[in-house]
Design a protein around this ligand. Sequence first.
Ligand code: FCB
Length: 455
Amino acid sequence: MKNIRFPKNFLWGTATASYQIEGAWNEDGKGESIWDMVSHKPGIIRNGDTGDIACDHYHRYKEDIQIMKQLNVNAYRFSISWPRIFPSGRGEINEKGVAFYDNLINELLKNEIEPVVTLYHWDLPLALHKIGSWENRDVIEAYVEYTKFMFDHYGDRVKKWITFNEPEVFTVMFYGAGLFTGKSNIKGGYIASTNVNVAHAKAVDAYRNSKNSDGRIGITLNLSHVYPQSNSTLDAKAAKFIDGIYNRWYLDPIFRAEYPKDILDYLKERYNFPPISENDLKLLKANPIDFLGVNNYSCTRTAAKKPEDLSSISKLINRRRIKGHEYSQYGWEVSPEGFYDLLVRIDKDYNHPPIYITENGMAGKDDIIENGIVQDEDRLNYLKQYFENAHRAIKDGVDLKGYFIWSLLDNFEWVAGYSIRFGLIRVNYETQERLWKKSAQWYRDVIAENGFETL
Ligand code: FCB
């Protein structure tokens, strides 16, 4: 029997994002975001789902906070809908939107739950999309204005800030897929990713200079440990390249104020990518983070058949399922050892930063309901294995300070709509009824004990 206990003051939380749960898409003066735009277009989101109502959290936040209280969580990571505050992206402020987050934050604090705020979880004001989105540097300035307002207005109560959620996904991936423009634009996606880093650094600077600068600020990256198929030189090269594309391209600018040379060379050759300006690098250097948020669900496996493959990302990613390994409803491999290896590697390569797991969780089947409880054994087992490995990483020196489960509620899973369920709490989208899952009951008990017993 192993007795797993987490450090004192460990943060245990759940995570959500504005567009995925709030609904009220056009209420109380909210402006349109790119997700409102894209979900209202036919043929993009599975089953034609939209976030118009989602979990109706905008009206039910008090009930949802009571669920969190029953879960025993001491922190809640949520994001702010930028167009709820600035309907046109900049300029005029929407007081009713500001009041919604005031109420949410105050209600959390009243219930002894620490608000951890993500400033940008993908719902860009549509007005800023229309001027070129993250490829246009004017958007950086609009973002910095928005963050300044946030720090000044909420910073007396919010002491943990996350500038961006998963830059890779909303730049390189979405631009590559042409999600908001209908046209693939990989080079633009990479340019956007470098602009986002500038926006991040400027927001960190704005925070340090705000009147409420006594909290902590960081960024959340989606990271995935890369495993080569064999120990051949070719496979090692493939793994290093994919690690550069998925991980180092985002980690190196944040921690080292530089971009990985191998990936810069690749982008230059393939897309005629321009050099990074010295000023941008200086900005990054002058504005280090206080903590890193890590979103991790799975690992990445790579394989190269011939040297020519080394320049083709899609050829190198090995999606073949491995016999005996488990996969989620989303098709993602369950890889607790990938989670451990990732944490230890970040710790070693990036000088032992404080880390929060800002997202981890599992898309489950959720098809058996007994006595009013969803029997999600798969999710419970997943969490147990990931928690064990988080604990092992802490024992091995990683400065892990907290863990946020994705997600509090089943919610709008982007292009997959409502077809994929990640919640600890089930949402019936017809009635908005919330139903506990077994994993939620287990998580509640883990938090109460600050750990658990396992074999
Ligand atoms: C992450 C997103 C989050 C959620 C999970 C499943 O990439 O940050 O909003 O959709 O995946």
